[in-house]
Ligand binder design. Structure first.
Ligand code: PLP
Length: 357
């Protein structure tokens, strides 16, 4: 078997949950486990957290169905709501909570024939401008939903922060103010904070917070500040080949890296078909035997190369960490012009996950 695997610590996720709780002790936590729990394996993560949080959130209906089929019984919020009328009845039957972000979705709930009332959250657009009802629509929407027999009591007003990872951005303060104003006008509970809101903006904490990224042990903040989270995933592999290059030898596709002096090159069996970012630049850090070495040349589909020239004893079989507890996925992401979210969520099914407690 190939030595590459994503080793996931479920207890780290639980510890990060407790850190999240301590940052916002008054708020209920809806654990966001969309996109296969940010690549960590949604069923395993849901089982780990199901007795520790009151609800989960996923992006799409099919993600919620997958959790129910696996026996997960907690309420699940579907962040993008439904696309068909049949979904409404199924949501009521399966105890899914529907986010309503448009008039069409509201109408669908009002007109559905459901055996039981469905739980709904109302999404307000307070500045992100992707989804959400605008202020002028809310009066009517709130009135008709509260009067409908199809809707459970206890609706929540939800909005999403666009810039909470930047502490100097005034946008967040405006979004908090708007959301609170709307919620008090319609007498609704509030949900606003994502991970960045929880870490950086205590004023955004409300009845419900919706952490995702931080549960997996990484901070979304631009600055270094924030709690000491524990990265839950270590992407591990081994050196499978070592060779000596001479000055002037090129390496890999396009020969984009050239040895300027004699160099010792190691090959690692992970590539972009696993989700390792192809745009990782020369110099992206990789840990070999716990030592940082630079990635060199282009990342290929199934392998990548590192410069081992500084490591005299490095050899085939030596352990490699691509990211994890000793090398932040955020740092790797920075070298690949992306964010840690994309790397984690982009891990493909080819990578075996192994779980520890
Ligand atoms: C993904 C998502 C979250 C979680 O965001 P993180 O930055 O991962 O904490 C919260 N709310 C909504 C609406 C989302 O789409």
């Amino acid at each position: 078997m190939r030595p590459t695997k994503a080793s996931v610590s479920l207890s780290a996720i639980s510890e990060n949950l407790e850190i999240t709780r301590r940052l916002a002790p008054q708020s209920k936590i809806m654990a966001v486990i969309k996109a296969n729990a940010y690549g960590h394996g949604v069923i395993e993560v849901a089982r780990e957290l199901q007795n520790k949080v009151p609800a989960f959130a996923v992006a799409f209906f099919d993600e919620a169905v997958q959790l129910r089929d696996a026996g997960i019984e907690l309420p699940i919020l579907i962040l993008q709501g439904t696309t068909t009328k049949a979904d409404v009845a199924e949501a009521a039957a399966k105890d899914f909570c529907l986010m309503l972000h448009s008039r069409q979705q509201v109408e669908r709930v009002l007109r559905a024939s459901t055996a039981a009332p469905v739980s709904v959250w109302i999404k307000a657009d307070t500045g992100m401008h992707r989804l959400g009802l605008v202020e002028s629509e809310l009066q009517d929407v709130c009135e008709s939903l509260s009067a409908s027999a199809n809707v459970q009591a206890g609706m929540v007003l939800c909005s999403h922060l666009a810039c909470a990872d930047e502490l100097s951005n005034p946008m967040t303060r405006q979004q908090i103010k708007r959301t609170r104003m709307l919620a008090s006008k319609y007498g609704l509970d509030v949900s606003l904070a994502n991970s960045a809101g929880i870490i950086g903006w205590p004023q955004s904490h409300a009845e419900w917070n919706r952490p995702g990224y931080m549960l997996y042990g990484n901070s979304p903040m631009h600055s270094q500040q924030g709690p000491a989270l524990i990265p839950a995933m270590s992407m591990e592999s081994e050196i499978i080949s070592v060779r000596q290059l001479e000055a002037g030898d090129g390496l890999g596709y396009g020969q984009t890296w050239m040895a300027s002096k004699a160099a010792k090159i190691g090959t690692i069996p992970i590539g972009y078909a696993d989700g390792y970012p192809r745009h990782a630049a020369n110099g992206t850090p990789v840990l070999v035997n716990g030592h940082r070495v630079p990635l060199v040349g282009r990342v290929s589909m199934d392998m990548l190369s590192v410069d081992l020239s500084g490591l005299e004893h490095a050899d085939v079989g030596d352990p490699v960490e691509l990211w994890g507890t000793r090398l932040s996925v955020n740092e790797v992401a920075l070298s690949a012009s992306t964010i840690g979210y994309e790397i984690l969520a982009g891990l493909t099914g080819r990578v075996p996950r192994s779980y520890t407690n």
